[in-house]
Structure formats: C-alpha cells, structure tokens
Design a protein around this ligand. Structure first.
Ligand SMILES: [Zn+2]
Length: 274
C-alpha cells in the first residue's frame, strides 16, 4: 500500500495552470487530507509506504515525522515533482539526492524507495534506474506497464525485476493481464472511475492465481472532496482529477478490509529496519 504525498496543485496534469513559482500561493490541504489517510490506515491496522516530495517535507517536517513515528515507511517522490522525461541526467541526480537528504533528515529513517512523478520511467530513460541505485536507493516503483497518454512502458515486466544483476529492484505498478493486454489496477484515478469490484477481482487474481503482491497507490488529495478547484486547467485534466472524489474514502476502507497490506520495504526487501 502506498501514498504519493503531494498537494492537489502539484499534479502534473495541472502543470500549465499551476506553475512551480506559484505553489506557495495555494492554500495547503496536505495536513487534513493526510490525516484522513492515516486515520483509515490506523483503523485497519495497515502500515504503508509514503512516497513524499522533498518540497512537502521541507514545509511540513512535523507531519512527515509523525507518519514515520506511526510506523510507516518514508520513501521519496523526488523534490519538485518534475517528470524525469523533462530532466537531464544531472538534473535528475540533483533532484533525487536533494529529496533523499531532506526526507532522511526530517524522518530519521533511511530512505530506500523512490517513485517517479507520473510514472515517468520508460524505454527512453532507463538510465534513471542506475542513477537511483548510485544515489543509494534500493528500490523504485516507477514503471507502469500499460499504454496511457501520459506515461507507461507496456513492454516492461509486470512483476518486480532488476535490469541487471545487482542493480536496483524495480517494482512496477499493478496490472491485470486480460486477453494479452495489461489493464491498470494500481489505484489513482482508475480507483475512482472503475467499479470497486474490478479492483477486488484483479487484486485477488494477482494474489491467488499469479502469486504476486499488488502495488496500490493513492494521493492525499483524492481523500479531500472539498479541495479548492483549479479553474483554468484543461477540461480533461479537471474531469480526471475531480471524478468521484467523494467516493475514495469508502472504497479505500473496503480495500483495506478486503486484503492484507504492508509497507513496500517489508514486502520486497525483507527489511523492516527502515
Ligand atoms: Zn506525484
């Protein structure tokens, strides 16, 4: 179970409407929305991995510390939420190094995991996995083996793999393979759009038929139906962002009860030292 810790105004789909220079001007909602996620996890007895932006940890260190203190894993979502496809190798190295240092300083945990903004690791920039390894990360959960207009590497393995022996472990987002096609079942917007039963069916199939763990993710803003609306964003982005926000909490409650969940380091690294 994982959470991508970012504000509602930092999603890539709104990037043209909410430039980075303006971020500080938006009202923050992270405290309340993360509070909802933490409460639901606590009620279900679930520990999760929080892929957190360095930008957020700098501004809310007490919040990140309280997540770590509650027994969850703090991992990295990079510093400034830039897609890797828009960064040079040097820029990417600086971004992830900066984020890791801030997150470790604030949480008191060693940061082992990384998730790329918008799942932006694919065929053209697999060098990013080497950079992550060189900068001290032990796993990445950044590749979505699906066809999608903004991301995706349909040719990637659907299950955890290392590109080279001794390289970083990549833990791809979950998919259901139906008639030879990979359908996304890892959470995000699909969790709000598709019927809950699709997720229950596909996760059960992963667990019981394929013998694999499911990787699920959500954003704090998906638990915040009252968030301020970004008015000048493209219609398609607004539809994707705002659809069924009021349903996430109830669906997540069911998902937490229907399956067993844990931190990613504990499941995939056999390591709970954090
Ligand atoms: Zn993100």
């Amino acid at each position: 179970m994982s959470v991508d810790v970012e504000e509602y105004f930092q999603v890539w789909a709104f990037a043209r409407s909410t430039s980075r220079a303006d971020w500080a001007g938006f009202p923050s909602r992270i405290r309340e929305s993360l509070g909802t996620a933490l409460r639901l996890f606590d009620e279900a007895g679930v520990k999760a991995t929080f892929f957190t932006l360095g930008w957020i940890a700098e501004r809310h260190p007490d919040l990140i510390r309280s997540i770590a203190d509650a027994g969850h894993e703090i991992a990295s979502h990079g510093y400034a939420h830039a897609k890797i496809t828009e960064q040079s190798q040097q820029q990417f190295r600086e971004d992830v190094t900066r984020a890791k240092a801030i997150l470790e300083d604030v949480s008191g945990q060693r940061v082992l995991g990384y998730r790329a903004p918008s799942f932006s690791i694919g065929t053209d920039n697999l060098w990013a996995l080497d950079v992550l390894h060189e900068t001290g990360h032990e796993y990445s959960s950044s590749i979505y083996p699906v066809v999608h207009d903004h991301y995706g590497m349909p040719s990637a393995s659907r299950f955890p793999f290392r590109l080279a022996p001794g390289g970083i472990l990549e833990i791809p987002m979950s998919t259901a393979n139906v008639f030879g096609k990979n359908l996304p079942c890892g959470g995000g917007g699909y969790f709000r759009l598709m019927p809950y039963n699709y997720f229950r069916w596909s996760i059960r199939r992963l667990n019981e038929v394929e013998g694999q763990s499911s990787i699920f993710y959500l954003h704090p803003w998906e638990l915040d139906p009252d968030q301020p609306r970004i008015k000048n964003a493209p219609l398609k982005s607004r539809m994707r962002h705002y659809v069924n926000l009021d349903k996430t909490e109830g669906r997540l409650r069911r998902l937490l009860a229907d399956f067993r969940w844990d931190r990613m380091d504990r499941i995939f690294l056999g390591d709970c030292s954090g």
